[in-house]
Each structure stands twice: as C-alpha cells, then as structure tokens.
Design a protein around this ligand. Structure first.
Ligand code: IMP
Length: 427
C-alpha cells in the first residue's frame, strides 16, 4: 500500500495544482479528499492555463484514475460545467477515468444562498460563497443529501425540493432574503443528476482494490493547514479537515497506507478572506509580491478573483504544519518571485505582549495580537527561472531554503521557479 499525500502547509493557494500535476505523472490514482469547488488549482500545460476546482489534477494524465472522495462536497452543476470545459479542451472525463463517491455530500442552491446571506452580515469571514460551510453543516446535522441519491433522479428531486423549502424558511426569517423557487431548483438538479449518475461509484472499494494491487495513490489536498476547521485560525477557516486526518476520513484509508506526506509552501505567504495574518505586508512590497493580475499566476484568487493578502514567509506557522501532519518533505513554490528583493525576511517567532512565542497559538484572538520577529537574509539578483537543479540556484537562494528547512525540520525536495511544467527543481 502506498499513498502519497499532498497538503497545503499555509493558507491555501500554495500552488498545489502545479505540484499535484508533477506528482500525478507517477500516480495511478489521484484522489480529492476534502473541500469542494472553493478550491482553485492552477495548472499550466504549454501555453494553456487550466483552473481546476473539483476535478483532481490527474485528469490531464492519460493513465490516471481520478477519485472524488466521500469527504468532498460536490456541486453537481459546477461539476458538469468543469467537466465540459476540460472535455472541450481535449481531455476525456469519463466514468473510466473519474469516479465520484456515492457518500460525498451534495451542495445545493440553498447552501449557496445561505452562504451569501451570512457573508452579508457581521458574521461574514470572506468565504468563496460556494455553499461549502452550509453543505458541511447539513452533513454534520444529518440533514445532507449524499451523491448516491442522484442515481434516482425522482427521489433526488423530492429531497432537493424539501431542502430548498427548509432553506427558504431560514432565508426569509433569519436573513430577510427572498425565497428560492423550490420547484425550479428541484427540476434543474434532477436533470443534472442524470448526467452525474454514471460517475457515481463505491470509491472506497476502488481505492482498496488498487492499494492491494500495489497501485500508487496520490491524495490531493484542497485548502490548507491554516484553513482546517479544527487546526486552522478558527473561525476564519473552511469547513473541512484539510490536514492529514482529512485524508483518512475523506477517503476511508488506514494511516499505515500513507508513506509520504508532501507539504506545499509558497516562498512567501498569502491569504484570501478575513482572519489573522502575522507577517502581512502592505504598500509597495505587497504590490510587488502580489503582481498586477496580468498573469494567471499573480496573487488573485483562482476561484473568486479576489486580490490575495501577502506577507513574508512565516516559519512559526510552517513548523506547526510540519509537526501536525508529519510532513516528510516540502515543496516550495514561486521562488522566482523573490528575485531582486533584498533583504528577505523570514518570521522565526512571534512577539506577544512582551513574550516570545515559538509555538503557533491555536487561539485566533491571541494570534491577531502577535507581531512577527524576523530574521533578515540576503536576497539574490540572478534570474532563477532556468534553474533545473539545486546547484543552479544562487547561494543566497539555497541559504533561504536551508533556513526554511531548519525552521520546519523538513527537507525541501522540490522548488518551482516558474509556472511551466518543466520549471521545477527536483532535489
Ligand atoms: P469557504 O471554504 O468558501 O467556506 O471559505 C472559508 C475561508 O477559506 C475563506 O477565507 C476563503 O477565502 C478560504 N478558502 C477556501 N478555499 C480556499 C482555497 O482553495 N484557497 C485559499 N483560500 C480558500
């Protein structure tokens, strides 16, 4: 049994799509285990840039089977739209290369309407407004609709109708919002169910048979450690477990099957949505790190287009991520963006009311009052985009990476130096 896990070690948007794509080259199965279409994984193939929200990145690899696991929340309409886009781009998406767990939960318009309504109140945290939190709430409250129900579009339509009526009461009473047309929603989703049904499968069985045959599985995380519902900066988090435990529950696999845990970190930090961000920058430096938005890899949300908040590398947060998930290695992305900045800064501890904290505080109120304690490192001027081996990198870049490794206690095995597939240093 052999499962490689790829996890976001920061606040999401570390470039997971890019590294999953690289790792998928050696995988027989790529499986998503958490989240939904709140994710946005950007993959560059030649001159074409794809943004995947729900489909696993193995969809671009010919012999790869892709699984959407039980831990995912699936919007059937958005799934079909994404499938059609990928098919139109020339990549097949059939039940032969994609299976959706019948135990995954379905996101409905009611979830999205409630998400939007809540976001418009004081309680908003800057969600992607994809209905994620409300779909997981229904799952936990045992009111959710599982994907398997889509095999029976008539029954599914009845359940969607009832769900929408229930949501309508909340929309009107709690948020003073107009109701949704329950019949129209039920009809639309029954029609979608007919197209989704062929993809439904017992992904647990698929996965365990494959593991027993020695197949290589890649578990593709969405969001990241700091957005994890339990271990992230609650309440400024998503509603699933984006950490190692989410792999076990979101796919139904044993811990012993996991042989490799790759943490993804950007060479600096970014965050979208509200919540504490100790190393956050503003002004010129922030603009420089964020980019103008002219390039698809500039720091604007892949799902919502929102400008991302940017900051210096946070070594305290990374150490927390490494400990929690048992990271066996690190992939560092966007090193090329730091070229020309001198000096560089890495946060090595937090200052909190006169005390120095080495450990990441789990209380967001404390975190919000922490100030960064930085170490300065010399920058580099040489263009790193053509580097293909570690030795090709300037000494200052290697020293920057070495400092990150020391803080995390984990070796950096991959460094991306540009958006193209081949702009990757593998150590
Ligand atoms: P939700 O997952 O849409 O409920 O959003 C909750 C929080 O997670 C918000 O701060 C979002 O900006 C953030 N978030 C959700 N998905 C992603 C992602 O894929 N990348 C980065 N941030 C995300």
């Amino acid at each position: 049994m052999s499962i490689t896990v790829l996890l976001g070690a920061q606040w999401g948007d570390e470039g997971k799509g890019r590294i999953t794509d690289a790792l998928a080259a050696d995988a027989d199965i790529v499986a998503r285990f958490n989240g939904g279409d709140n994710a946005g994984h950007t993959i560059t193939i030649g001159s074409r840039v794809f943004k995947l929200h729900l489909l696993p990145a193995g969809i671009f690899r010919e012999r790869c089977l892709n699984l959407i696991g039980n831990g995912v929340v699936l919007n059937p309409i958005h799934f079909l739209k994404e499938r059609n886009e990928i098919v139109a781009a020339g990549f097949p998406v059939t039940p032969e290369n994609l299976q959706i767990s019948e135990a995954a939960h379905v996101i409905l318009p009611g979830h999205i309407a409630l998400d939007a309504a809540r976001e418009a109140t004081q309680g908003g945290i800057g969600t992607t407004q994809r209905g994620i939190g409300f779909a997981y709430s229904d799952k936990a409250a045992r009111l959710g609709l599982r994907a398997g129900l889509m095999r029976d579009p008539e029954r599914f339509a009845g359940a969607v109708y009832e769900h929408t009526q229930r949501v309508n009461r909340a929309l009107e009473r709690e948020y003073r919002r107009p109701p949704l047309d329950a019949q129209a929603v039920a009809d639309q989703y029954a029609e979608a169910a007919r197209h989704v049904a062929p993809y439904l499968a017992n992904t647990f069985r698929t996965l365990h048979r494959a593991l027993a045959q020695g197949r290589r599985v890649l578990a593709e995380g969405a969001q990241a450690v700091m957005l994890d519902i339990d271990h992230g900066t609650y309440p400024f988090v998503t509603s699933s477990n984006a950490t190692i435990g989410g792999v076990l529950t979101g796919l139904g696999v044993p811990a012993q099957a996991i042989t490799r845990v790759v943490g993804m970190a950007k060479a600096f930090c970014t965050r979208v949505g509200a919540g504490p961000f100790v190393t956050e920058l503003d002004g010129e430096l922030a603009l420089r790190l964020r980019g103008t938005g002219a390039n698809p890899w500039d720091e604007y949300g892949a799902t919502t287009g929102r400008p991302r908040r940017v900051g210096w590398f946070d070594g305290v947060a990374l150490r927390y991520a490494a400990q929690m998930n048992g990271l066996t290695e690190l992939a560092l992305t966007k090193l090329d963006i730091l070229t020309g900045l001198d000096p560089l800064r890495i946060c090595v501890a937090y200052a909190y009311h006169g005390a120095q904290l080495e450990d990441f505080p789990q209380d967001s109120d404390i975190l919000a009052q922490c100030r960064p304690i930085y170490e300065e490192l010399p920058g580099w001027q040489a263009d790193v985009r053509s580097a293909r081996s570690f030795d090709d990198l300037p000494a200052e870049a290697r020293a920057y990476i070495a400092r990150i490794e020391a803080l995390a206690g984990v070796r950096v095995t991959m460094v991306s130096v540009g958006p193209e597939r081949e702009q990757l240093v593998v150590r």
